[in-house]
Design a protein around this ligand. Sequence first.
Ligand code: DC
Length: 224
Amino acid sequence: MEKRGVITIDGPAGAGKSTVGRLLARNLGYLYIDSGSFYRAVAWQARRSGMDLKDLKALSAFLQGFQPRVTSDGQGFHLVINDREIKEELRQPWVSRAASEVAALPEVRRWVKERLRQLAQNGGVVTEGRDQGTVVFPDALCKFYLTADLATRARRRLQDYQKDGDPPPLEEVMKELAARDRQDETRNEAPLRVPEDAEVIDTTSLSIDEVVTECLARVRELLD
Ligand code: DC
């Protein structure tokens, strides 16, 4: 396999994008990029600085000076802000909601897009999010769209919450996911869509291994 292209994975929350993306990247020796982390980091750091996320002027000024460092390894994609790795902080429910809010803003999307394209300039990346195959990397070598039914996605999210203790009821997680889906699908800027040339995989009744195997087969087909 000589070519080192860009592989995109889009889809709603809980479809398995992060786990599949990480394993696919590890298998191929590619860099794994979790584009949602950038939206989460913007929301987290802006709020911590006491900013009103609706104050676009302040947010634009903030973005100009915001330069999180990126590391990615077999464990995942990490952002380092002010010399500290920010991980669990970004997974808090309030950050998920605020991230969805800032992700609707053109200024923020432009800022994230620039960072993603910089990271991918030499190819060899697996990048996941909501607009990777449609807007950020329309010419990607290989595009996937992962999805699963709402109840399955909510159960997966609940398992993540259970690891941290004190999980909310399943109905609450379902409601929260449905609200985020709606916000991500109906916004004007880069709404969540299936890229035209993507392979769509419904992961509802598939194991992670099965999804990764299917993705790898497709990538190998395109690379060979
Ligand atoms: O994938 P995630 O849950 O970490 O994403 C956090 C939020 O950012 C989510 O509401 C969708 C948004 N997002 C986006 O709009 N575009 C991306 N490429 C990635 C995430």
